[in-house]
Design a protein around this ligand. Structure first.
Ligand code: ATP
Ligand code: MG
Length: 285
């Protein structure tokens, strides 16, 4: 396992012993293939690396986060499905990963049935929230990888989350669907979860071109400070590490994609540290 003390720059992002954050973050965008899972897996791994107790929840029946951390569907007996449908104890579904401070609640194909099964369930939008509430005091970060849809699995994720990080692919149709996502977020905030906020927007799969740069400035105009400075480049190593079932930090820590996710994670941590300290300031008088 890698030691963050090797890198002096990393020490600024390390968890202080008395720091307690407890943040639930949904990585969401109903558009398919924009980098949700790659972001969820790699940010979760870097958070763990910096000392934050992190749990990654795979809310997608495609189970890409589950396989991205090296777990095969046929070895999974308890998954996120049993939590939201059968009210199973979440601790029964948690898998220890080989990575520092990182655990996983996996999904399997069975979860695709939940979208329909949930329709008739009492308080159907809050099944995930209720399932993971007990976990909040044991983890610094709970990261939810959402599926590419705006159905009940995503709505459950948004009802359970405090914050959302939206990955947007640096492509021609970048903004397509984002307006619809923002409308849904607004609706969830009004009816299910007043605390829900867009924490940040991250541009993914960037390769230098005039078009990509103009898309980034368009997104910047739209989201302002919410757009992270870290831009994730198109980097084949990120694709390869997923197929090897490893986060990039373990697969090739010097890859451009690794450095970008490292920087993004530091921005996320700094954002939370700033929030925690301004919250404290608010209570000091
Ligand atoms: P879905 O909507 O299907 O859940 P997603 O939004 O989770 O997709 P990913 O699975 O993260 O998207 O990425 C889609 C594909 O692109 C995957 O094969 C992934 O390995 C690859 N990929 C993601 N980010 C990058 C990147 N920065 N560079 C190269 N390949 C990438
Ligand atoms: Mg995905």
């Amino acid at each position: 396992m890698m030691n963050s003390d090797n890198n002096p720059i990393d020490s600024c992002s390390k968890k202080n012993s008395n720091e307690f954050l407890s943040k639930v973050i949904a990585i969401a965008n109903q558009k398919g293939g924009v980098g949700k899972t790659t972001t969820a897996v790699n940010v979760a791994a870097y958070l763990g690396h910096y000392g934050y107790k992190t749990i990654l929840i795979d809310m997608d029946p495609q189970s890409n986060s589950t396989s991205g951390l090296g777990f095969a569907q046929n070895n999974i007996s308890n998954s996120i499905y049993s939590l939201i449908i059968y009210n199973e104890d979440p601790n029964k579904a948690i898998i220890e990963t080989p990575y520092e401070n990182l655990k996983l609640i996996p999904s399997t194909k069975q979860l695709s049935g939940a979208e329909v099964e949930l329709v008739t369930v009492f308080k159907r939008e809050f099944r995930l929230k209720e399932a993971i509430q007990k976990l909040e005091e044991s983890y610094d970060f709970i990261i939810i990888d959402c599926p590419p849809s705006l159905g009940l699995l995503t709505i459950n994720s948004l009802a359970a989350a405090k914050d959302i990080i939206i990955p947007i692919q640096c492509g021609y149709f970048a903004l397509e669907g984002v307006v619809q996502l923002l409308n849904i977020i607004d609706m969830v905030r009004r009816s299910l979860n007043v605390k829900l906020e867009v924490e940040g927007v991250v541009m993914t799969m960037y390769s230098r071109s005039k078009l990509a740069d103009s898309i980034i400035s368009e997104i910047k105009n739209h989201f302002g400070d919410k757009l992270y400075n870290s831009i994730i480049p198109k980097n084949v190593r990120l694709d390869e590490c997923a197929s090897h079932g490893k986060p990039i930090i373990e697969f090739e820590r010097n890859a451009r994609g690794a450095k970008a996710y490292d920087e993004l994670t530091k921005e996320i941590i700094t954002g939370y540290k700033d929030k925690v300290s301004s919250d404290k300031d608010a209570f000091t008088f």
